[in-house]
Design a protein around this ligand. Structure first.
Ligand SMILES: Cc1cc2nc3c(=O)[nH]c(=O)nc-3n(C[C@H](O)[C@H](O)[C@H](O)COP(=O)(O)OP(=O)(O)OC[C@H]3O[C@@H](n4cnc5c(N)ncnc54)[C@H](O)[C@@H]3O)c2cc1C
Length: 355
């Protein structure tokens, strides 16, 4: 039984189904919908950890393995469900200020193609001859379409989806026989996996798991400009992502505001200003949509992928913070190995953050 139907829960279910297991996902809202607070629908969909040289090897191990997997996954989803998740190799243009030495060294070591370029050679209107870095192999996927495709695939593979079903916070026990819903129903399973994102701490705080996960809000804007960018552009914590059908995302923020899923005028103005600084013609484009999502925030962006320290048949796959979409495939592979007692494909220790 998987608790939480975001990208991490859905990908975990897919991995277990592929290994021949029967899976139920319990989700308090609806899987693949934009219900309040879910991170997976709201994300930008860049399959790359923005500035990987700023993260540990343990974070980058998960993002790199997953990135290799996404093209095949999106092709499989298209063939088997008919839903196109809009996987694209759009490339990533990194504008100054950034640590050019660290960036180039990391790219060289990790075999990620990176070219020093003049930003003015791209169709980013406001840029003069700034020294930029062009990473042509960085990809993106469209999170709402990915989630729809995943949902359909799981349905086709007979995964039980208990939607609009919320589980109660868990009490300490040695072995979990059943987990109670907020309406008093008792759900049974052999093994349980918590993939409930920003809400994971709330669910497990009465148990001995020492989870350090809190919601971190991100707001993002949607435009449909007349002349769109052709590549993802990043400048000092702000990015713009062009979509295949002419839309453009501009985001995002990192806000420590608890479970508040609202959007604010202040942030709207700030994101608009940053977007127009890179692309002045956006002044004439209306903002079509403005939304937020709650990321499962963790120190150093390190997720917890491990067994619960005391409850024997309970596992955790949560806390992927800014890169849950990117990390989900490798993370699902690792948790499945732990649940099934198979040899893991990577070292497990760095992700055991609950002891
Ligand atoms: C603005 C923004 C931009 C982002 N951009 C990117 C990006 O470009 N690339 C990238 O890799 N990542 C990005 N992310 C991060 C990424 O979206 C998250 O890391 C990822 O979605 C986390 O997935 P999850 O499945 O753990 O959590 P969620 O998607 O939040 O899913 C958790 C689910 O658990 C359910 N749940 C919670 N409590 C219970 C309960 N008690 N009972 C039943 N169900 C419960 C919730 O309803 C929810 O559906 C972005 C996030 C935001 C907000």
């Amino acid at each position: 039984m998987i608790v939480g139907g975001g990208i991490v829960g859905c990908m975990t279910a897919m991995e277990l189904v592929n290994k021949g297991h029967r899976v139920t996902i319990v989700e308090r809202n609806q899987i693949a919908s934009q219900t309040s607070g879910e991170s997976s629908w709201a994300g930008g969909g860049i399959i790359f950890p923005l500035l990987p040289w700023a993260y540990s090897e343990s974070v980058n191990a998960l993002t790199a393995q997953s990135a290799d997997f996404y093209q095949a996954l999106s092709e499989r989803l298209l063939t088997e469900t008919g839903i196109d998740a809009h996987f694209e190799q759009s490339g990533f243009l990194l504008l100054p200020e950034f640590n050019a030495t660290a960036a180039q060294a990391w790219c060289a070591t990790n075999h990620v193609p990176a070219h020093k370029v003049q930003a003015s050679s791209f169709n980013v209107q406001s840029l003069s001859g700034e020294d930029a870095l062009w990473l042509p192999t960085v990809c993106q996927i469209r999170p709402p379409y990915l989630m729809q495709a995943m949902r359909k695939w799981l349905e086709q593979h007979h995964v039980t989806m208990l939607e609009h079903t919320q589980l109660m916070p868990l009490q300490e026990t040695q072995q979990l026989q059943e987990w109670q819903t907020t309406t008093g129903e008792k759900l049974q399973a052999d093994q349980f996996i918590v993939t409930s994102g920003a809400w994971s701490f709330e669910l497990l705080k009465e148990t001995s798991a020492k989870l350090n996960i809190k919601p971190m809000r991100g707001q993002i804007l949607l435009y449909k400009p007349i002349n769109n960018l052709e590549q993802i552009v990043y400048r000092e914590g702000f990015y713009m992502i062009p979509r295949r059908d002419g839309y453009l995302l501009a985001g995002s923020t990192l806000e420590d505001v608890g479970f508040d899923t609202g959007v604010t005028e202040t942030v709207r103005d700030e994101l608009k200003r940053k977007a127009e600084a890179i692309m002045p013609t956006l002044i004439d484009s209306p903002i079509i949509k403005h939304w937020s999502g709650l990321r499962p925030g963790t120190p150093e962006n390190l997720p917890t992928i491990s067994a619960h320290p005391t409850i024997k048949n309970l596992f955790l796959n949560t806390g992927h913070f800014r890169y849950g979409l990117t990390m989900a495939p490798a993370s699902a592979r690792l948790i499945a190995a732990l649940v099934l007692n198979e040899p893991p494909h990577i070292a497990t220790k760095p992700y055991n953050c609950v002891q």
